[in-house]
Design a protein around this ligand. Structure first.
Ligand code: DAK
Length: 259
C-alpha cells in the first residue's frame, strides 16, 4: 500500500519498522486521512512477522501539533461519535507489539495522546509537550485526561489540562511521562537502537510483557477513555467550541461566552 501522509521504513536485519508522520506543512496535524493511513500501517505490522517493534516519529520540528483543527472545526457531536475516528484510536491502543516514540518539537493535543499510547518515549531536547485543547474550547478526547493523569498524577494533570500550557522535555522527564532526553541529532537513532534491542528478544514474551504491564497501568482505562470521548463529543454542541476552533483558524484570540 502506498501512503501520502506517513513514511515507512522497514530496516533490514533489525525486525523494526519506522513510521514517520509526514504532513510538515501542518506540523503533522492528525487529519482523518493520516489517521486512516497510520491505522492501516499498524494493521499490516500486526500481521507481519518480520516486524517485532515499531518506532513512531515525526520530524525535528513537530511530532504532531494535535488533531487537525481545520477539519474538526465544522464537525458535529454525532460525527465525532460515529465517523470511525474512535475505532482508529482503538486499533492503535490494541496494537500488541511494542512501540517506541521518537519525539522532537511540538507534541500537542492528539500528538501527545498518540505518544502516550506508545510504550517507551524518547524525546529530543527541543520536544514541547502539552494538552492545549482547553484553549480551543474542548478537552483531550483521545485518552489524554486518563493517560496523563495515570502517568503524572492528579494535581499535575489538572494544572496541565486546565491551563493548556506547553511543557519541556525536561519537565516531562521529571514527571515520569517520558523515558529519556537526547540531543536533537540523535533522538531517532536512540529510539531505533532501543526498538532494535527489544526486537531481538523473544517476540511472544515481549508481547505478553507489554500486555501485562498495560494491565497494571490501565485498570478501567477502556471505560474511562470511553467516558472522556463522550464528554469530548458533547463539547461539539457548544458555541465556545466553534469559537475556539474558528479563532485558531482565523489567528485571533477567542471570546468565550460560556455556552
Ligand atoms: N490543526 C490544523 N492545523 C494546524 C494545527 C492543528 N492542530 N497546528 C498547526 N497547524 C497549522 C497552522 O494552522 C499553520 O497553517 P498555515 O496558517 O500555515 O496554513 C501551520 O500549521 C503552522 O502553524 P503555526 O503558524 O501556528 O506555527 P507556530 O510555530 O506559530 O505555532 C503551534 C505552533 C503548535 C504552537 C500552533 O500551531 C498551535 O497552537 N497549534 C494548535 C495546537 C492545538 O491546539 N492542538 C490541539 C488540537 S485538539 C479524538 C482524537 C484526537 C483528538 C480528540 C478526540 N477522538 C478519538 C475522539 C485530539 C484533539 C486535538 O488534538
Amino acid at each position: 500500500m502506498s501512503y501520502q501522509h506517513i513514511l515507512i521504513n522497514q530496516e533490514p536485519d533489525t525486525k523494526i519498522a519506522v513510521v514517520a508522520l509526514n504532513r510538515p506543512q501542518a506540523l503533522n496535524a492528525l487529519n482523518f486521512e493520516l489517521m486512516t493511513e497510520l491505522t492501516a500501517a499498524f494493521r499490516a505490522f500486526a500481521k507481519d512477522d518480520s516486524v517485532s517493534a515499531v518506532v513512531l516519529t515525526g520530524n525535528d520540528k513537530a511530532f504532531a501539533a494535535g488533531a487537525d483543527i481545520k477539519e474538526m472545526a465544522t464537525a458535529t457531536s454525532a460525527e465525532m461519535l460515529t465517523k470511525g475516528y474512535l475505532e482508529m484510536w482503538d486499533e492503535l491502543q490494541a496494537f500488541k507489539k511494542p512501540i517506541v516514540a521518537a519525539v522532537s518539537g511540538y507534541c500537542l493535543g492528539g500528538g501527545a495522546e498518540l505518544v502516550m499510547v506508545c510504550d517507551i518515549i524518547i524525546a529530543s531536547e527541543t520536544a514541547k509537550f502539552g494538552q492545549p485543547e482547553i484553549n480551543i474550547g474542548v478537552i483531550p478526547g483521545a485518552g489524554g485526561t486518563q493517560r496523563l493523569t495515570r502517568a503524572v498524577g492528579k494535581v499535575k494533570a489538572m494544572e496541565l489540562i486546565l491551563t493548556g500550557r506547553q511543557f519541556t522535555a525536561e519537565e516531562a522527564l521529571s514527571m515520569g511521562l517520558i523515558n529519556k532526553i537526547v540531543p536533537v541529532a540523535s533522538y531517532l537513532d536512540e529510539a531505533k537502537k532501543l526498538a532494535t534491542e527489544i526486537a531481538s528478544k523473544p517476540p511472544i514474551a515481549v508481547r505478553l510483557a507489554k500486555e501485562a504491564i498495560l494491565r497494571a497501568a490501565s485498570t478501567n482505562l477502556h471505560d474511562d477513555v470511553e467516558f472522556e470521548r463522550r464528554l469530548f463529543a458533547l463539547l461539539f454542541a457548544t458555541e465556545d467550541m466553534r469559537e475556539g476552533m474558528n479563532a485558531f483558524i482565523e489567528k485571533r484570540k477567542p471570546a468565550w461566552k460560556g455556552h
